[in-house]
Every structure is written in C-alpha cells, then in structure tokens.
Design a protein around this ligand. Structure first.
Ligand code: KE4
Length: 427
C-alpha cells in the first residue's frame, strides 16, 4: 500500500499542528503506524491522499450513519450555502431541527443547539448545577464526555488511549468536584452517593459506553441509575452524543425504555457538520439564558449548514425499515467477525448494540473500564494494521467503537469478514 503522500502531509502537518492532527486519536499513536490523510469519501468508502480506498467503519466517529456524501444531504447543503453560511441570527432551520429532536427523544421537551458534543455536556452540567444548587457531579471511569475540564477525570476515549486518567492542566479544584464510579456497578454509585448526600448535581452516563470500546449497560443498570437519581434529587444526564439517533431514532433511552432528565446529542444530528445539542425537561431548560440566568452561548450555534445536514440526515433515518436494515447488516458483520476470530483461534470478546460494535482482545468478559483496560492493546494494534493492509479502516484504538452505516453493502461486509479471517491470524 503506497503511503508516500500521507507521510509527506503528516510531516508537514507536524510543523504547524501539535502531533500533526486536530484531535489526538486520529494520530494512530496506539496502533503503531502513521495516520492516513483522507481526501474524499463516498458511501461506505474513504480514499486517502495516495488514492488507497478503504471500507470505512469509523464514519467520522459516528455522524455518517447514512454513509458519506449522501446525495440528499449534499444537495441540501449545496443549496443552503447559496443562501449564506452563517448569520449569527435565528433561522427557521433551527426551529425545524429542534422540533425533530423534541419529537424523537423522549426526555427532550426543549433543546439548545451548540457546535460540539463537548459544548453540549459542559453546558448540561452547568445547567444541572444551577438547577439543583449543588456542585459535585458523578461520571464513570472509561466514559468520555468531551474535553471540558470537569469531565477529563478518568476519561475514556483519547485520554484512555494515552493511559492518562487525568489530563495535565485540569486544576485539582475542578477534579475534586468530579466523582467517579464504575460503569455497570450500581453498588459503586450507591456508595459514592451515600458519601455525598445532597451534594451531587448530576450523574452523567453514556447509556451505551462507546469510549472504552463498546460496553452495553447490564440488565437493570440504567433503571437503577434512574431510581437513585429520582430518590436523591440528582439530575440524570444521558450523554447520547454517540448513541443518539444511532441505536434507535429515539436513542438509547428509547431502546432501553429509561428516560433521563437531560440528554446531550451530537454527531448524527449534524450529518457530518459541527453540531452538538443539550435538552431536557422544560423546567430545567427554562433557566437557560436568555430565558433564565444560566449563561451559555455560541457564535455558530444552530449554524444553517449544520442544521440542513442534520435535518436531511434525520429525514433519511425516518424512512420505514431504515433501522431494521442497519440491524441486519450489523448482525451479519458481527457474526462473521466472531466466526473469523474463532476459526483463527484468536480469543476476543465481541460486543454490539445496533450498528455500534467492538472486538475486545480479551479472554474474559468486558463490562467496565478495569476489564476493558486489561485488553491486549498490542494484539489489537496488529489486528488494526493487518485490516488496514486489506483495505479495511477500523477505529485506531481498542477503546473506540466501530460503526456500520446504511451505505455498507453485503459485499463490503463479506470483504471485511474475509480480511478479518487473515488479520486475526496475524495477531
Ligand atoms: P465532541 O466534542 O468530540 O464533538 O464530542 C465529545 C463527545 C461527547 N460524548 C460522547 C459520548 C462522545 O463519544 C464524544 C466524542 N467521541 C469521540 C470518539 N470516541 C470523538 C473522536 C475524537 O475525539 O476525535
């Protein structure tokens, strides 16, 4: 596989951009090779600077559920940009997308658009603190909610990949207000809550953890969080930046039938353009400026191009049978990968929820950060490189999630399974 152009671009990039990338996990640091510079994409494929073509299971880390360059999305964004790219004023498009989100997501009665998932979670936490007049928050080790200071405490995703549970630069005074418990362990939550009575503003959780690899909630975990929060006057925030509109049109809260007090969104609702959102009960959202005193703002919040891409994407998701077809494709891939690993005698613990999937290089079950972080990351790295050589582009970290899109064809999936049959042997 030729990588000359990517190599050239990577060395150029490192002259001007820290680490040569604008987001750490893209640097491929944990998979022992240099990143590929992508120049275009279409459907299930991405093409790099050396014209290598790959079947893509990163999908921009989740947004591209309908596939890259979907004609309906491209046409709408092209038309929208002819009217202007940003006004810094309200537009009808924001009302349309807000109404679509309110109609789709059970917990959301009102919603505020922002430009990233980080902004969404940071703002939701501020709102929860103001509403409850409490300062502490509780998150889960291995879960990642963006890079706001108070959330970079035992974060998963990029930070976990670098093995840095707390990022330098996060003041101890911030970190001490962030309590952490173990994902899938209600006992650990009860212990933390009991020793912080009436002091916790919110519990923020990925209803399906996607930033330590894909770790589904155990039976009763989400329901347990719901009852603890209701009993203790704690705001339950589902961070659905990754799962929102991904695992169901109404997100994980629809899939599992557990309704939080607030929800954060991103990725899919922007259709690949920069968007985040946070929403919840009217009584909570109505204390947000300018309706209330809790300040939050953003120059490009509700940007008309991002709204357009989000609206068109959600219209496509509403098509009858969309999620059923995505489920069939995802199940087909998962069973093929599991068989490939078994036949190669390679012990993996495979997880999947809808079109989110992960192969943990672990002999045992993975259900939280301690078991995820014990995985054989070297074996994962060898598997990743072997798949890349076969034209399959996976997430470049054991602690990330793979995404199937509607654009993946059966032949894409068969090619991926065939590649895995070889790659598992290379581990
Ligand atoms: P952004 O600020 O990156 O838009 O969203 C932060 C975020 C919040 N909550 C969840 C559940 C998330 O998964 C994310 C971001 N996800 C990572 C992928 N694991 C983005 C990829 C990256 O950091 O480059």
């Amino acid at each position: 596989m030729q990588t000359g152009q990517s190599q050239l671009l990577f060395s150029e990039a490192q002259r001007f951009i820290p680490g040569g990338v604008n987001s750490p996990v893209r640097a491929f640091r944990s998979v022992g090779c240099d990143p590929l510079f992508i120049k275009r994409a279409a459907g299930s494929r991405i093409i790099d600077a050396d014209n290598n073509e790959f079947i893509d299971f990163v999908g921009s880390w989740g947004p591209m559920i309908v596939g890259h360059c979907h004609p309906q999305v491209v046409a709408a964004v092209k038309a929208a940009v002819e009217n202007g790219s940003s006004f810094g004023a309200p537009t009808e498009l924001e009302v349309i997308l807000a109404e679509m989100v309110v109609k789709a997501v059970p917990s959301v009665e009102m919603v505020r658009m922002v430009s990233s998932g980080t902004e969404a979670t940071m703002s939701a936490i501020r709102l929860a603190r103001a509403f409850t007049k409490r300062d502490k928050i509780l998150k889960f080790s291995g879960c990642y909610h963006g890079h706001a200071d108070s959330l970079l405490v035992k974060a998963g995703s990029g930070a976990a990949t670098f093995g840095v549970p707390d990022s330098p630069g996060v003041p101890q005074d911030f970190a001490k207000l962030t309590l952490t418990a173990e994902y899938n362990s209600l006992e650990s939550v009860q212990a933390v809550v009991a020793s912080n009575k009436n002091a916790i503003a919110c519990i923020i959780v990925e209803p399906i953890a996607g930033n330590m690899g894909t770790v589904p909630p155990r039976e009763g975990f989400l329901e347990g969080l719901r009852s603890i929060c209701s009993a203790e006057g704690i705001i339950l925030i589902f961070d659905e930046v990754m799962t929102g509109f991904r695992v169901a049109y109404g997100g994980a809260q629809q899939l599992y039938g557990v309704t939080p007090d607030m929800t954060t969104l991103g990725k899919v609702i922007g259709g690949g353009l920069p968007v985040g959102a946070f929403g919840g009960k009217k009584e909570i959202m109505s204390i947000l400026s300018p309706a209330g005193g809790v300040y939050q703002a953003g120059t490009l919040s509700g940007n008309p191009l991002a709204m357009t891409a989000g609206i068109e994407t959600l219209k496509i998701l509403q098509r009858p049978g969309f999620y059923q077809e995505l489920e069939q494709k995802s199940a087909y891939l998962a069973s093929g990968l599991a068989k490939a690993a078994k036949d190669a005698g390679c012990p993996i613990y495979a997880t999947r929820v809808g079109s989110m999937f992960c192969s943990f290089f672990s002999k045992g079950e993975v259900h939280d950060w301690p078991t995820a972080s014990a995985c054989d990351t070297k074996a994962f790295a060898s598997f990743f490189r072997a798949m890349l050589a076969e034209g399959i582009y996976l997430a470049p970290s054991q602690f990330e999630t793979g995404f199937v899109s509607h654009a993946h064809t059966e032949s894409d999936l068969d090619k991926t399974i065939a590649a895995a049959r070889k790659a598992f042997k290379a581990v």
